[in-house]
Design a protein around this ligand. Structure first.
Ligand code: 5AD
Ligand code: SF4
Length: 432
């Protein structure tokens, strides 16, 4: 979502007559779009600010945006006086006026701050998406979270759950496709909690929205991320079996394989209910690739709790997954829970979990070896004539191909599989 927000901010500054600088040294304005999800990500901003000082000792106008801005507000300007603007993720449409305000600054420590969560959505004010040829795009459809998992800052930094309107999303999708986009990934902290009235006034869920996007000519692939188990409706599961453009990939975090830990995390689902959903999704779409998120070392996690996480990974069988050491976040309930886990225990658990997940990823990739499939070419590879594309299951494929370009869908035969990517050979050029 930060990638998406970054694009929207850049587009807005372009509307203000700015353009992307060729290098950091030449930039008049630098916006650092930040993440507060774990401590490491949050601390990064301070070292990045230090690196913005130019050779002659001057600094560009510096804006800190995103969730660190939201969570730390004025504290940022106190810790880093060279910062001119602090703007939260729901207020960045006000960047132009914050820039004006920053210009009036008299003291080095003055800073224009906006961490409001205004009632009028930024989406109503941001300029329309410009035509920009590219193969894939993100599209935020839902923001914020009401789930309040006890480890997580998102409900505080991104605010309450809101769904963008049906028409705003469909219009933005059409504009992206008009510009050449072939694949859209619908984004939300709880994307599958999206609800809204369709153009006939009928309430729809994410599956209804996906079915509407499926009708856009020229759009070839639809993805969505990230989902919560409790919002995985039967309609959405059915869509995986019925909507051809909906890709066979589901990112459905479980976080832990232990019911007591899930309860302490306030996840509001059990291991069994999670696995039951995976079973239903696999029944609807047998080839679906599954992905997830895991946290090791949540307060109170015993050896047995951790072993249960390995068990759920074995039961689910992921094509790819993200795993993290628990990071206490200020203001969240888990940060003050007793029984915080020692760093060396977290390290060891993370290593064991990642070894298992890597094994599963490699096995998944090997399972694709020898098949014919289609890939969307996303970028050039390092070798001459080489392109990198993605399979429907989101695996990267390296292929040498002539007479094709980025954004083309081509058919390939998978010739070999590595732990992180596949090698393919072109079998036929499909009409674009
Ligand atoms: N510590 C570690 N990982 C976290 N995540 C969210 N909050 C924390 C935290 N405090 C992880 C979860 C979530 C992903 C986006 O980040 O796994 O799904
Ligand atoms: Fe954070 Fe996701 Fe839980 Fe919401 S559902 S609180 S975003 S981990």
């Amino acid at each position: 979502m930060n990638v998406y927000d970054g694009e929207r901010m850049a587009e807005m500054m372009q509307e203000q007559g700015m353009h992307a600088a060729a290098s950091r040294e030449e930039a008049d304005l630098v916006i650092l779009n930040t993440c507060h999800i774990r401590e490491k990500a949050a601390e990064k901003v301070y070292s990045d600010i230090g690196r913005l000082r130019r050779k002659d000792g001057s600094t560009p106008t510096i804006a800190v945006a995103g969730c660190v801005a939201q969570a730390e507000g004025a504290e940022i300007a106190r810790r880093a006086p060279s910062v001119d603007i602090v703007v939260g993720p729901q207020a960045y449409h006000r960047l132009p006026s914050l820039l004006e305000e920053a210009k009036t600054k008299t003291k080095a420590t003055d800073c224009a701050i906006d961490t409001d969560m205004p009632a009028n959505s930024k989406f109503d004010i941001l300029p329309d998406r410009p035509r920009q040829p590219r193969p894939t795009a993100f599209l935020t459809v839902q923001e914020g979270c009401d789930k309040f998992c006890t480890y997580c800052v998102v409900p505080y930094t991104r605010g309450a759950e809101i769904s963008r309107s049906w028409s705003a999303i469909v219009d933005e999708a059409k504009a992206l496709v008009d510009g050449g986009v072939k694949e859209i990934t619908l984004l939300g902290q709880n994307v599958n909690a999206w609800t809204g009235e369709d153009d006939k006034g009928v309430m729809q869920g994410l599956d209804g929205l996906i079915r509407a996007l499926d009708r856009i000519n020229g759009l070839e692939r639809i993805r969505y991320t990230t989902s919560h188990a409790n919002d995985m409706t039967q309609g959405l599961i059915d869509a995986h079996g019925e909507v051809a453009k909906l890709m066979p990939y589901l990112h459905l975090p479980v976080q832990s394989g232990s019911n007591p830990i899930l309860q302490a995390m306030n996840r509001n689902h059990s291991v069994e209910s999670y696995l039951a959903i995976l079973e239903k999704v696999r029944a609807a779409r047998p080839d679906i690739a599954l992905s997830g998120d895991f946290i090791v070392g949540f307060p109170g996690e015993s050896d047995a709790d951790f072993e249960a996480t390995l068990d759920v990974v074995r039961a689910a069988n992921y094509s790819q997954a993200f795993s993290f050491k628990y990071s206490p976040r200020p203001g969240t309930p888990a940060a003050t829970m007793k029984e915080q886990i020692a760093p060396e225990i977290m390290d060891e658990r993370l290593q064991r979990l990642q070894a298992l997940l890597n094994e599963q990823q490699f096995a998944f990739n090997r399972g694709l070896n020898g098949i014919d499939t289609n890939i969307l070419l996303e970028r050039k590879g390092k070798k001459p004539g080489q392109f990198v594309g993605k399979t429907p299951w989101l695996t990267s494929v390296h292929v040498i191909a002539q007479n094709v370009g980025i954004g083309d869908m081509i058919d390939v035969h998978i010739e070999s599989a590595g732990p992180n990517s596949l090698q393919g050979r072109v079998i036929e050029r499909k009409a674009a």
